[in-house]
Design a protein around this ligand. Structure first.
Ligand code: 9G3
Length: 565
């Protein structure tokens, strides 16, 4: 393709609203343009890369026998009402009415549509297992779209759905899909981890997220420094390796702690380390007030709390709800002396506490020498805290470290929730009707493109991995007004095209400096420069990734280029 005929608007300056490198570079290099907040147009270079990511996804899906199809973005509200999700989802689910005033959703995901379709078309166990997928635009009205393609309101997703007659069959498809995802992200050149995750609103058991390691990732991964173990921090279990100290229980005492509010202030004032204090929070779990206690140096994990109660909504109680129930504010809460009607649950580490401090449920007063069982009752001990760096890895091997991750894929064992709600059943080999079992599997295709840029850029711009680059070779003619440069460049362009190589030809009437900086910005892996030595048939070949360059005669060029790509 000739740049003189192309829409490739590169920018010198960094767009003001772009906070992260991938957003800045994709805009500056002319790959995307924002149409509205969280809504983007893919310009020609961006579209070519998007297509390459999709192609890799398609190949790996087809390889495991998944059937590609395409579902509508317009989804009748009735389907979402049957599964109860029409009301479950708030403003994030984009909705509209058609001209006959019928309600529709813009597809945020397609469990309802696909399950309803399979319900109508598949009746026999002989047709199972069946895996269908699409690569399609999704709509989610994010409250704060940001980071360019990483969190948009309209984005490209590959979503796959598998249908089974049993959980064993689902397990097999899940493993195949898991392997296919690993292949996809490896072929995209990404440094990623598959992490144990929380199924969130989807319910069901096993679920894994595929995380690209990046400082701008919104998720935190807990991983072992010596084994393969990795989990989303929401899920990572805290291993109960605590020891009870030998010291004997001392006399319970009240201590004035005037305006000492935070755990650290109280610990400093009472001259004990953080872990010798108890942190007490009041939560509202599906509307019920529960007192949750953990060790002073730990943090309560609300996802684990939610899973313990199998609750829909878990939130911190407000200060006034707390004061109305306990009689004290946040900084002075404790489990000692609370009335029977207040449920007290605690993280496992609290069981091992000896002579610790906690709030006295009176403003500005704390208790010291508090001992569980003697001084307060706990209804349930459970793993309720966030794992921390330095903890023992849950698989028993190595120590936990944290990393930030960008979620580019998520695979779920859904179970039968959607099949039940929508009546997707099949006749088994005894002719008996049974409800189908499902899996669902997503990849953020446009998000993956941005994640690649996060991992493949330097101070001069993007440096695409060869599998995804919009073109394989960038051919620069520094001065098209010079006949020898023009003719050599044109003949090289012609020869590369004939050899089936994807070439972007910078034939513009621009200064050499502009061509070089644009070429570094766009990030095509191999650059051929036709310049002053064109008269002797000599060109310069440079690799974007490592900066290596050499001069070559045009006769040796094709061979060299074929080796490089
Ligand atoms: C919605 C809105 C946002 C959503 C969903 C529904 C996330 C929703 C979870 C999934 C599960 C899987 C198939 C592909 C893989 C992921 N955000 N999820 O269901 F209405 Cl507004 O999408 N779906």
């Amino acid at each position: 393709m000739r740049q003189s005929q192309m829409l490739l608007p590169t920018l010198r300056e960094v767009p003001a609203d772009a906070e992260i490198k991938s957003h800045q570079l994709l805009v500056r290099a002319g790959f995307i343009r924002q149409t509205a907040s969280g809504v983007y147009s893919f310009l020609p270079l961006g579209k070519r890369v998007l297509k390459k990511v999709e192609e890799i996804v398609r190949q790996e899906m087809d390889k495991i026998g998944a059937n590609e199809m395409l579902m509508p973005a317009m989804q009748p509200a009735e389907l979402w009402k049957e599964t109860g999700r029409w009301d479950n989802f708030g403003p994030e689910l984009m909705r509209f009415n058609d001209r006959h005033d019928r309600e529709f959703a813009l597809g945020a995901t397609h469990e309802e549509v696909i399950t309803s379709l399979v319900k109508d078309e598949v009746k026999s166990y002989k047709k199972l297992p069946l895996t269908l997928y699409q690569i399609q635009t999704k709509y989610r009205d994010e409250k704060r779209p940001r980071f360019g393609l990483l969190r948009g309101r309209e984005f490209v997703m590959k979503d796959a759905y598998s249908f089974h007659d049993s959980f064993e069959s689902l397990d097999e498809s899940y493993k195949k899909m898991y392997q296919a995802y690993s292949n996809i992200f490896r072929r995209c050149g990404l440094n990623f981890r598959a992490v144990i995750a929380d199924s969130g609103s989807m319910g069901g058991k096993d679920t894994h997220e595929f995380m690209v390691l990046s400082e701008v990732g919104e998720d935190t991964i807990a991983y072992s420094d010596t084994s393969e173990y990795a989990a989303n921090i929401e899920m990572a279990p805290a291993v109960d390796t605590y020891e009870k100290s030998e010291e004997s229980a001392r006399e319970l005492e009240e201590v004035e702690t005037p305006d000492k509010k935070t755990m650290q202030e109280v610990a400093d004032y009472l001259r004990h380390p953080l872990e010798k204090g108890l942190k007490t929070l009041m939560f509202k779990i599906d509307g019920k007030l529960v007192l949750v206690v953990c060790r002073g140096d730990h943090e309560i994990n609300d996802i684990k709390l939610k899973n313990l109660y199998d609750a829909d909504v878990v939130e911190l109680a407000t200060e006034q709800e707390t004061r109305a129930t306990i009689g004290a504010g946040f900084g002075s809460l404790g489990p000692v002396g609370v009335t029977e009607d207040i449920e007290v649950v605690a993280d496992n580490a609290v069981k091992y506490a000896v002579n610790v401090s906690c709030g006295a449920n009176k403003d500005g007063v704390h208790l010291v020498n508090v001992n569980p069982d003697r001084d307060f009752k706990v209804k349930t001990y459970a793993d309720l805290r966030f794992i921390q760096e330095g903890d023992v890895s849950p698989d028993g091997e190595g120590i936990i470290k944290f990393a930030r991750g960008i979620e580019v894929g998520h695979v779920f064992k859904l179970g039968s929730f959607y099949a039940e709600k929508l009546g997707a059943s099949f006749l088994n080999d005894q002719g008996k009707a049974q409800t189908m079992v499902m899996g669902c599997y997503g990849i953020g295709v446009s998000r993956t493109l941005a994640a690649v840029v996060e991992q493949y850029h330097d101070e001069n711009g993007i440096s695409w991995p060869s599998n995804l680059a919009p073109y394989q070779v960038h051919l620069l003619a520094l001065n098209m007004k010079k006949e020898e440069q023009k003719s050599l460049a044109e003949s090289i362009y012609d020869r590369l095209l004939k050899a089936g190589i994807e070439v972007l030809f910078d034939d513009r009437k621009e200064r050499a400096g502009v061509k070089f900086s644009d070429s570094d910005l766009i990030g095509i892996p191999v650059r051929i420069t036709v310049g002053k030595q064109a008269g002797e048939g000599i060109v310069e070949v440079k690799q974007r990734a490592n900066g290596e360059q050499q001069e070559l005669h045009e006769d040796d060029l094709l061979q060299k280029i074929n080796n490089m790509i």
